[in-house]
Ligand binder design. Structure first.
Ligand code: NAP
Length: 425
């Protein structure tokens, strides 16, 4: 507790759930000087009241009470785009700054809401929306603002990291690992947003806007699911010194006009920091023209770490409100088109009903599209009528590989469609 003589800033909280309760606990402990919580908003608020919350706090289920209150800062930790976008808009219009942990809201409406905040002379902060407790956005905006960042790669989804590390370490199938993740609280009953890539795509869109200064539409970011990954893929990946993780990746070309962005499962070196990520740990690595590579890792989720990011944003706004200079608006309004056609070495796994000539057909399709084979792997012990084998490929554009595989896929010997994964060194 400090004896800060500057004015006290008042806060209203929307959403008394996992993150909201952790925010209130941090504020209630009294470690944070110069701010006081005045309102908590939640639906059916009577059942949410907690006796450890200071008695001076007003509980409400009316958003009008918040908009009409004297609160300087509204903290939005409800989630979802509707009706939260409307609430955030009303708070900004009423001259309140807003702190949110809501990636979907910022990824889809961040530019508009930031413009509104700027026109009202207030702030909108969203550090907790990406990588939970890791202060990635602030690092990109402040610590690395002297560089021109051209590439970002990250593991941004804890559900996928949990499932893939279970499959890697325990030989679990995707279905079993998903069930375990659900039992352990790492996956929702409907895991679609996580395993099919939409969650990571929303976070990648925010990092692209803030770090690469290239706002993109979330729906323009191509995503591929981790569902087709089989345990055999981990066996082959291991032969190559690798494992598999869901990787979110964005980069800009030399001219700075084209944005590449995609979320997909990929091979990463087993011994690398990316290969070691499990559960709710996140990692983000950025590359700048002048400073080279910088990597951040830590807790990407959980009430405590996420609440720390929220409270840090609150304190940053307070510094502005009481006189210290703030940050520039981090998102330009121009939206850039996105391509997902990264060039990378690839791993391609086939499961076939074996017969002579299959490899020749595959290699001829590769060569037709200018793709060079690096190696062929075939582990012993598999049945001939369900034989997995892997080709590793030198660097090639994903669009060319898709064309080659479309040609190969027409043959009748496939037991399952081929699986292609980029290999990140
Ligand atoms: N949890 C994390 O680890 C984490 C990490 C990073 C970012 N975030 C983000 O933080 C936000 C909150 O996440 P959370 O995990 O704290 O969610 P949560 O536990 O589900 O809490 C949401 C709270 O908002 C309330 N609420 C929901 N819809 C409402 C409505 N229409 N009107 C009024 N109140 C409503 C809920 O009330 P009920 O009790 O009635 O449902 C609940 O108290 C989300 O945007 C999430 O993406 C979370």
């Amino acid at each position: 507790m400090t004896n800060d003589p500057r004015p006290t800033i008042t806060l209203a909280l929307l959403g008394f759930g996992t993150v909201g309760q952790s925010v209130v606990r941090i504020l209630a402990i009294g470690d944070v000087a110069g701010v006081v919580l005045t309102h908590i908003f939640n639906r059916q608020v009577a059942r949410k009241r907690a006796d450890w919350v200071p008695s001076t706090v007003q509980w409400t289920e009316s958003i009008d009470d918040i908009v009409n209150s004297d609160a300087d800062i509204v903290i939005e930790v409800v989630g979802g785009v509707n009706p939260t976008a409307e609430w955030v808009r009303r708070a900004l219009e009423a001259g309140k700054s807003v702190v949110t942990a809501n990636k979907q809201l910022i990824a889809h409406q961040g530019s508009d809401l930031l413009a509104l905040a700027q026109s009202k002379g207030v702030e909108l902060r969203f550090e907790a929306s990406v990588a939970g407790g890791i202060p990635v956005l602030r690092a990109l905006q402040e610590g690395l603002s002297g560089d021109r960042l051209v590439e970002v790669r990250g593991i941004l989804n804890g559900t996928c990291a949990y499932i893939l590390s279970r499959m890697q370490k325990h030989g679990a199938s995707f279905a079993d690992a998903l069930r375990e993740a659900q039992q352990a609280g790492y996956a929702e009953a409907d895991p679609t947003e996580d395993v099919d890539g939409a969650d990571a795509a929303a976070k990648l869109a925010i990092i692209s806007a803030v770090g690469l200064r290239r706002p993109v539409k979330v729906r323009d970011i191509a995503t591929r699911s981790i569902r087709p990954i089989e345990t055999v893929d981990f066996e082959y990946a291991k032969e190559l010194g690798c494992t598999i993780r869901q990787i979110a990746r964005a980069s800009i070309d030399d001219g700075g006009d084209r944005v590449f962005a995609a979320v997909r499962p990929a091979l990463v070196q087993l011994a690398s920091a990316f290969g070691q990520i499990e559960g709710s740990q996140n990692i983000v690595s950025v590359r700048g023209v002048h400073g080279g590579e910088t990597t951040f890792s830590g807790s990407g989720a959980g009430g405590g770490p996420t609440a720390v990011a929220v409270v840090s944003d609150v304190l940053s706004i307070r510094r502005t409100l009481v006189g210290a200079p703030g940050l520039a608006t981090p998102m330009a309004r121009q939206i850039y088109p996105v391509s997902s056609d990264f060039v990378a070495p690839h791993y391609v796994r086939f499961i076939v009903n074996d017969k002579p000539g299959i490899l020749a057909q595959v290699t001829s399709a590769y060569s037709k599209f200018g793709i060079n084979i690096d190696g062929v792997l075939q582990l012993p012990r598999f049945r001939k009528d369900r034989l997995p084998f892997v080709t590793t490929l030198e660097e090639c554009a994903e669009s060319m590989l898709d064309k080659a595989l479309a040609e190969v896929a027409r043959s009748d010997y496939h037991v399952q469609p081929p699986l292609a994964l980029p290999i990140f060194a």
